[in-house]
Ligand binder design. Structure first.
Ligand code: NAD
Ligand code: DAU
Length: 370
């Protein structure tokens, strides 16, 4: 008799044959958390991590894992078709978890080219390579192409609008979200036309360990620890729905194992909060967890700066489809997730200090005129 999911989870096993995954962007924030998550949970699986190591990619995110024989790191680009063909074939890949992307909205406003190249052309190249590989192998029904997308493709909500559902029309507002939408449409077309077993996850804002300190939450943590200003764009009344990265990983696990090919799923936590309230919450937690900080209370570092051009006002995601049809729920509350994350930044200065490059400082100054 097959063991139940709970027993398998406790044993770290499954009663399915081992999977062979290609994880693109696996040295980035969410991708590396996914690699850690998957290694803990499915020790019998093979993982090939393909990452171009842009400014956002960091092999230290995979420290302790790369030594394992079942993990292989490949430094390469998803737009390199011959490399993809070789990897898919020699590694007999049956599952793609596609995280690789340019992911920062502010950068997409300044320099959109790389966003179109990676998020649209790169996604297309990966789809084409996987389609041919899948067809050559006789179109196995259990293969999966999981595309990691964003709730930003739906655009911006008014304060009283209901949250985004999977049938909300696309209305991307930034070069970043438009390029993610372009990738999504290609994924959808590959299922419709070729029956490629694709899945799309539309996640809300993630936070947690290994988050590059250009995004709001890690930037706040690092700036507080450095005693630097906490920049709040515009009036700080924008709303985001924050999801701990490990809850995102468990949702992607559920999609690979129980999602319906060809379907799209929203992934959010129902933790809608205004930016300014989030900043105060982080300051309170930091004052509590690091009481000897010289800048305490760190609320005094809050600084309102020029708004992001085209800034989306509110995101909110309805994840009922994922919860009811696939069986997923988040484990973290916003409070417990922020506590865990802040403690991680307090404990890992050796991880984030090398990332504070002059280039990042230049980007910041150019966009906000500081
Ligand atoms: P990230 O910027 O931290 O990591 C992206 C990774 O992709 C990096 O390791 C980078 O080196 C790699 N990469 C970039 N271009 C590449 C290329 N051409 N070929 C190979 N590798 C390349 O991003 P993240 O925050 O971890 O986001 C991962 C995915 O999740 C993205 O697709 C993003 O759109 C999506 N997403 C992110 C969030 C969030 O809050 N961070 C929320 C929803 C969806
Ligand atoms: O919704 C999912 C998206 O969330 C992902 O698809 C993106 O990859 C990810 O970067 C994130 O996009 P946001 O633009 O929402 O995240 P960011 O952390 O850049 O900003 C969060 C909010 O905080 C947003 O309203 C802008 C604001 N902000 C951001 C920074 C970096 C500030 O007020 N000050 C800042 O310094």
């Amino acid at each position: 008799m097959p063991l139940t999911d709970t027993v398998h989870s406790a044993l770290g096993t499954t009663d399915r044959p081992p999977r062979r995954l290609l994880v693109t962007g696996g040295a980035g924030f969410i991708g590396s958390n996914f690699v850690h998550y998957w290694c803990d949970r499915y020790p019998q699986d093979r993982l090939v991590v393909l990452d171009a190591l842009t400014y956002a990619g960091n092999r230290n995110n995979l420290a302790g894992l790369e030594q394992q024989a079942r993990i292989r790191f490949v430094h390469g680009n998803i737009s390199d078709r011959p490399l993809l063909n070789r990897l898919l074939n020699t590694e007999s890949i049956d599952t793609i978890a596609h995280f690789a992307a340019e992911s920062h909205v502010d950068r997409s406003i300044l320099e959109p080219d790389a966003f179109v190249q990676t998020n649209v052309v790169g996604t297309f190249t990966l789809l084409e390579a996987f389609r041919h590989h899948w067809q050559r192998r006789g179109q196995p029904a259990g293969d999966r192409f999981l595309h990691v997308s964003t709730d930003e493709v739906y655009g911006s909500l008014e304060p009283t609008d209901p949250p985004f559902t999977e049938s909300t029309p696309y209305a991307p507002n930034s070069p970043y979200s438009a390029s993610k939408a372009g990738g999504d449409h290609l994924v959808r077309a590959y299922h419709h036309t070729y029956h490629l077993p694709t899945l799309i996850g539309h996640s809300s804002n993630n936070y947690g360990p290994y988050h590059f300190p250009e995004k709001l939450i890690p930037l706040l943590c690092v700036n507080i620890l450095l005693g630097k200003p906490l920049p709040i764009y515009g009036d700080g009344q924008q709303v985001r729905d924050w999801l701990h990265v490990s809850d995102h990983c468990s949702a992607l696990d559920a999609l690979i194992h129980r999602g319906q090919p060809g379907q799209t799923y929203n992934i959010g936590s129902n933790h809608e909060v205004k930016n300014i309230d989030l900043v105060y919450q982080i300051c309170d937690l930091m004052n509590e967890l690091a009481p000897t900080l010289s800048v305490a209370p760190c609320q005094q570092l809050i600084t309102f700066v020029r708004d992001r051009p085209g800034h989306d006002r509110r995101y909110a995601t309805d994840s009922n489809k994922l919860k009811t049809q696939v069986g997923w729920s988040p484990a973290y509350t916003l409070e417990s997730g922020l506590r865990q994350t802040i403690q991680w930044y307090l404990d890992h200065p050796h991880w984030w200090i090398p990332l504070l490059s002059p280039t990042y400082q230049q980007y910041y100054a150019k966009l906000y005129g500081e």
